[in-house]
Design a protein around this ligand. Structure first.
Ligand SMILES: Nc1nc2c(ncn2[C@@H]2O[C@H](COP(=O)(O)OP(=O)(O)OP(=O)(O)OP(=O)(O)OC[C@H]3O[C@@H](n4cnc5c(=O)[nH]c(N)nc54)[C@H](O)[C@@H]3O)[C@@H](O)[C@H]2O)c(=O)[nH]1
Length: 146
């Protein structure tokens, strides 16, 4: 059976910087395993709606909820990879932090977080499919700002 996880690519805009350097992406570093960096996401519970999972996991892992985030319409990315021999699908929606000064609150699942510009975010993300997702977001936002 395919594992299913959902989450948000979260970004913030720092208006004092020129485009496109003002966009920063949130990545969390796991406190287990390979200590990989990932956007907030997690497994869909039985009977749970995908978007509900994305909100629940984002609240649990980053302390961010609907009062802190604005979901950007028109973006949904699906990743498909294998974890310990099992297929896994991950769905990412896109959300902007309403107030760039809001602090992230980590759970025990993560040991660090970073707001990173595209280049650093891609370096941290290390997986080509996640890097492509971040690049797609950047292009999507650039188009929207033109
Ligand atoms: N002690 C321990 N405990 C673990 C471990 N593992 C899990 N736990 C427990 O599970 C709970 C988390 O549960 P949720 O929050 O509900 O789920 P997720 O958020 O889905 O979290 P996961 O970490 O399970 O899933 P991924 O992030 O998908 O990483 C799995 C593997 O996939 C690769 N990988 C990651 N991202 C990408 C990508 O974008 N692209 C590609 N191509 N590959 C990617 C990478 O190789 C990575 O090693 C934790 O609380 C722990 O209790 C572990 O190794 N040791």
């Amino acid at each position: 059976m395919t594992l299913r996880a959902c989450g948000f690519i979260i970004f913030r805009r720092l208006t004092q910087r020129p485009f496109p350097d003002h966009v920063e992406y949130l990545l969390l570093q796991t406190s287990y395993g390979e200590h990989h960096w990932t956007p907030p996401k997690g497994h869909v519970d039985p009977g749970e709606d995908d978007l509900t999972t994305a909100w629940r996991e984002t609240q649990e892992e980053a302390g961010l909820g609907e009062e802190h985030l604005h979901v950007v319409d028109g973006f949904l990315q699906k990743l498909h990879y294998q974890v310990r021999g099992k297929d896994k699908e991950v769905f990412y929606w896109l959300a902007e932090l309403r107030d760039p000064s809001i602090k992230v609150k980590l759970s025990d699942e993560h040991q660090d977080y970073r707001w990173a510009k595209l280049e650093e975010a891609c370096r941290l993300a290390k997986y080509p499919d996640l890097q492509d997702t971040l690049k797609n977001v950047q292009q999507f936002l650039e188009k929207a700002e033109k």
